[in-house]
Ligand binder design. Structure first.
Ligand SMILES: [Zn+2]
Length: 287
């Protein structure tokens, strides 16, 4: 692995050697360009058939958690030692249960405990167990989320690995963004990987202003999970922040420009040329 800040930053794994090699060669040439002061780097679209196939393969592997749930336990107030012991006992019990594939508890997200990779049939019994044993002692809420609609921890690096060399504009406003925060390209904001349909809308299965479920909308757009490659776009930090107030408009933009990032170059070109033509026409008319 070459020393390229962002890759270290988001912790690339060596699980996919084939793809790493492919990406390495691309990154190496971009890095060489940077070192030889050929700045800004000209990013080329990463569109070879082979890469696309690997990408789909990788994402389909990732789809193997379909029908899996994660259970989050929220406490209304911080649990005391007695409650923690109760929770630990239940978790120990769950771990012994062979029907559950994998169990983990920590204070990840805003929940106090998160249990991952539960099969559908285990969810309700475990939920009941928590509520029965702890619910009486303290105020808790136990919520099950379908895993495919939650945010994973690897979506940024996955997205960047497959789009690295074609990403240089925000999908929402067309502004240039820098991929590597360590490059310090002056005045260019750092790229953020954004979910076109926000994760919380999918997680809680909220409805749009028109009363359509966001999950239904996602399916219409070919998005089968929150971290689907079709639900991820490059964004500048400013648009990412502003998005909260006009989600519908941003979804449309994100969907179109996420699929066709080069459209922004065309629009920016038109934005420059049209006023020049109008001005020329105006000058001709005046004369
Ligand atoms: Zn933007």
């Amino acid at each position: 692995m070459i020393d390229f800040g962002l890759v270290d930053f988001w912790g690339i794994s060596d699980s996919d050697k084939q793809l790493d090699r492919l990406l390495d060669s691309r990154l190496k040439s971009a890095w060489e360009d940077y070192k030889n002061k050929k700045i800004p780097i000209k990013f080329k679209p990463f569109t070879s058939k082979r890469t696309k196939n690997i990408m789909l393969e990788d994402y389909s592997l990732n789809n193997s958690d379909e029908g899996m749930y994660e259970l989050r336990i929220y406490f209304k107030s911080s649990p005391n030692k007695y409650i923690q012991k109760l929770v630990d006992d239940i978790l120990q019990d769950v771990k012994r249960n062979t029907k559950v594939q994998f169990v983990e508890a920590n204070d990840y997200h805003d929940a106090y405990y998160v249990i991952y990779n539960l099969l559908d049939r285990n969810v309700s019994s475990l939920k009941a167990k928590f509520e029965e044993k702890i619910g009486k002692a303290t105020k808790i809420s136990v919520v099950a989320y379908e895993k495919r609609w939650t945010r994973g921890d690897r979506y940024r690096i996955r997205f960047l690995r497959y789009n690295y060399l074609s990403l240089n504009r925000c999908a929402y406003c067309g502004k240039k963004v820098s991929i590597n925060p360590n490059l310090h390209i002056s005045k260019v904001p750092t790229l953020e990987v954004d979910h076109i349909i926000p994760v919380d809308k999918l997680m809680y299965d909220k409805k749009t202003a028109d009363g359509i479920s966001y999950r239904e909308l996602a399916k219409q757009l070919g998005i089968t999970r929150a971290d689907s490659p079709f639900n991820l776009v490059a964004s500048c930090p400013e648009c990412n922040k502003k998005k909260g107030t006009n989600v519908a408009g941003y979804i449309k933009k994100g969907y179109i420009f996420g699929k066709h990032p080069r459209l922004w170059s065309l629009i920016i070109g038109i934005r420059i040329i049209v006023p020049i033509i109008l001005f020329a026409l105006f000058v001709m008319c005046v004369n």
